[in-house]
Design a protein around this ligand. Structure first.
Ligand code: URC
Length: 300
C-alpha cells in the first residue's frame, strides 16, 4: 500500500504550570496573589516540527519569564486581565503567533487570625486542613493523639535564614527577609484521654497557626519549635507536640535580565525538592511514649 505524505496537524506549545506568587508590599498590610499559569502558543510553527528550524519558536522559557516580568511590571489583578495582557503580548508581538491558550488557577489565601484580628503578613490557604486522630488502647492503657495535615500557611515577611555553614557546595544566599511557607502536619498527644476534644481541637490548631504568624522566624526549625512550645505552655492537657513541615521554597525571580528590579515581590513557588523540617516538642522530664507514635504515619 502506498503511504501518502505525512503532514503536521494542529499543534500548540508553551510553558505549563508556572507557579507565580506576587506579594504587594506597599504598606505593612501585604497582599498576596498566588497563581499557576499556563501559556500555549499557536501559529506558524511547522518548520520547527518538520525540519527542526527554531527560528519562529518563542521559547517556553521566554514565555515563563514573561509571566514573571508582567507580574512585576503590571501586577496581577484579575487573572482574566492578566491572561489577556499576556495573550496580546504574544499575539501582537510576534508575527508567527496567531493565537494561543492561556490558563490560570488562582490559589486563594485567608489571613491568619491572631486574637481574632487578621494578621498583616501571615496567611493560610483557603479550605480547611484535614483533622486526624489515632487512638491506641492496650487494656487500660489509653492514648489519644490528635492533629491535622494540609494547613498551608505563608508569611510574606518576618522570616530570615542566615548564619549557616558554607562549604564548597553552598550556593544559598543568606537572607534577612524571605517568604516562609509550609504545609503544616501537626500531631499532639493528650495527657489524658478525658478531654472535651471538640472544644480543645480548635484551641490547639489556632494556637499553632497564630504562633506561625507571630514568631519572627530565624529558620523553619525555629518556627516549629516555637509552635510546639506555645501549645505546651498554654495547654496543660497536651503532653507532646510533633510537627512535620515541608519548607515550600519561594525563590525570588531574577528580573534583572529584563531591566526590572524585584524588591521581594515576584516569586517562583517551587514544588520539589523541598526542605522537610520535623520535630518532637515535649516538657523536660516527661517520659517518652514511643509505642503511641509507632502507628502515627509520617515522621521522625
Ligand atoms: O528554615 C530553613 N531551614 C533550613 O534548614 C534550610 N536549609 C535551606 O536550604 N533553607 C532552609 N530554611
Amino acid at each position: 500500500m502506498a503511504v501518502g505524505e505525512v503532514v503536521l496537524g494542529s499543534n500548540q506549545y508553551g510553558k505549563a504550570e508556572v507557579r507565580l506568587v506576587r506579594v504587594t508590599r506597599d504598606t505593612p498590610v501585604h497582599e498576596i496573589e498566588d497563581l499557576t499559569v499556563t501559556t500555549q502558543l499557536r501559529g506558524d510553527f511547522a518548520a520547527c516540527h518538520t525540519t527542526g528550524d527554531n527560528a519562529q519558536v518563542v521559547a517556553t522559557d521566554t514565555q515563563k519569564n514573561t509571566v514573571y516580568a508582567f507580574a512585576r511590571q503590571f501586577g496581577v489583578g484579575s487573572p482574566e486581565r492578566f491572561l489577556l495582557r499576556l495573550a496580546r503580548h504574544f499575539v501582537d508581538g510576534f508575527d508567527q503567533v496567531t493565537g494561543g491558550r492561556f490558563a490560570a488557577d488562582v490559589h486563594a489565601w485567608d489571613r491568619i487570625a491572631v486574637d481574632g484580628e487578621p494578621h498583616d503578613h501571615a496567611f493560610v490557604r483557603t479550605g480547611r486542613e484535614t483533622r486526624r486522630t489515632v487512638v491506641q488502647v492496650d487494656g487500660d492503657d489509653v492514648h489519644v493523639v490528635s492533629g491535622f495535615t494540609g494547613a498551608t500557611v505563608l508569611k510574606s515577611t518576618g522570616s530570615e535564614f542566615w548564619g549557616f555553614p558554607r562549604d564548597a557546595y553552598t550556593t544559598l544566599p543568606e537572607t534577612k527577609d524571605r517568604v516562609l511557607a509550609t504545609s503544616v502536619t501537626a500531631w499532639w498527644r493528650w495527657a489524658d484521654p478525658d478531654v472535651d476534644f471538640e472544644a480543645r481541637y480548635p484551641v490547639v490548631r489556632d494556637l499553632l497557626l497564630a504562633t506561625f504568624a507571630q514568631v519572627h522566624s530565624l529558620a523553619l526549625q525555629h518556627t516549629i519549635f516555637e509552635m510546639g512550645r506555645a501549645v505546651l505552655e498554654a495547654c496543660d492537657d497536651v503532653a507532646e507536640v510533633r510537627l512535620s513541615c515541608p519548607n515550600k521554597h519561594h525563590f525570588l525571580v531574577d528580573l534583572e535580565p529584563f531591566g526590572l528590579d524585584n524588591p521581594n515581590e515576584v516569586f517562583y513557588a517551587a514544588d520539589r525538592p523541598y526542605g522537610l523540617i520535623e520535630a518532637d516538642v515535649r516538657r523536660e522530664g516527661d517520659p517518652p511514649v514511643p509505642h503511641v507514635w509507632a502507628s502515627v504515619p509520617g515522621f521522625v
